[in-house]
Structure formats: C-alpha cells, structure tokens
Ligand binder design. Sequence first.
Ligand code: PGA
Length: 255
Amino acid sequence: MKIMKKLIAGNWKMNGSLAANQTLLQELIEGFPLQPACAVAVCVPAPYLAQFRALVQALPGLSAIDLGAQDVSAQVSGAFTGETSAAMLKEFDCRYAIVGHSERRQYHFETDALVADKAKAALAAGITPIVCIGETLAEREAGRTEEVVKRQLAAVIHTNGHCISEIVVAYEPVWAIGTGKTATPEEAQAVHAVLRAQLKAATDHSDRVKILYGGSMNAANAASLLSQADIDGGLIGGASLKSKDFLTIIAAASA
Ligand code: PGA
C-alpha cells in the first residue's frame, strides 16, 4: 500500500517577470493551506531562482513551497554556453529539476539518452529530477503509447540504476500539453499503471516513486485525475500561473 504525499509542481515555462512572479507568489502564500497534505513546488525560469530565494526571506510562508528548475545540464562545468549545471541549481537550493520536457525534446532535439544523463547529473547533486515522458498524438493514434513511454523511461532506468527510486516521473501526453485536451482519468491511469509496473521491475522501492500527470490539468479536472490509484500528483503548466487555479489544484491533492 502506497503511503505518500502527492506532489503538485508548477511549470512556469518561459513566463513571468520580477513583478508578476512576486504577485503570484504572494497570492499563493496568502491562500496557502496551513497544513497542506501535499508537497508543492514551482519550477521557475533560471533567472528567477535568485528572486525566489530572496523572497523567502521577505515572505517566510514561501518556505512551504519547494523550488525547481525547468532543465539542467548533463555536464558538470566548462564550455557549454547557455547551460546551467546541477551544482549551480543546488546553490539556489533547488529541490527539483524538470528533465526531458516534451518542449525540450521537440525544440532542442533532446534524446532519451541525454534526458537520462540529465537525470543522472541532477541526482548526483542531490536534486530530484522530474523526468517527463509522453507520446505524441500520432504515436497514440498508431497505438504506440505504451511502447513510447516505456522506451523513454527505460533509458532513464538504464542510466540511473539503483538511484531510480529517487526520481519523479511525469507522464505528459504531448497532445494534451497546453491544448486544453486532457487525457481522461482512465486513459491517464492506464499509462500510469504501465509505468508503475515498469518501475516495480526495476527497483524494490518503486512505491516511493511519484508518477505525476501533466497536460492541461486544471482546477476543474484535477480532483478526478488525482483520485486515480497511480496518479501521485500533477505537473501543471498554464494553471500554475493563476494563483486561484493553482490553489484549487493544491486543495484537490490534499483531499
Ligand atoms: P499545461 O502544461 O498544464 O499548460 O498543459 C503542462 C506541462 O507542459 O508541464
């Protein structure tokens, strides 16, 4: 029997400004449940990691929210212009780093092997990678969903061996991201069950691994998705930019 807190992680993507972030975080703290029964994180653009840390001093309530990055380099240091190392993220006390988001796989041609290496770099620095996997619409329509997500997860399992129980998985069907089209709770649960079985075969501690759902999760559909047996939280894009909606999702995960 799984006894674990759900995780609600916001993925701000390339949105925000110093002023807008402060307003959003202030509103979140004002509406934040006193004892949330779930863990909450926001994955912010890299330039705003320092702002978040500074705001924790001014708004102590913010310490209830963990900080995450949206990507991390697979490299340790050196001539890798534009990249951010796991050690740098750690200096800002990042608890999480998203790796392999479909937008990075699509626009930056990230491969399964690179995503696995990024997860490894994060783990080596004590950062929990939120490993995103998911099929495209064409793959789903061709009946290849299971094959695709298993291949993506297998690469991460292969590279990370016994550390695999330290990762978070986010199943994000590409066709559901930012489109308003959500997988039904049953569709999502079916894939999560496949992933759970794959993790179980890889580690004795698979019950520790949170499998989040992401893709147009919002205030209206969160409760039904989060009630599924193998859905351990959400990776929330658009709805994480609206404090009211994000707070509603946090409440749904705490129920
Ligand atoms: P969305 O994004 O909630 O806006 O669909 C989720 C994600 O891409 O992580």
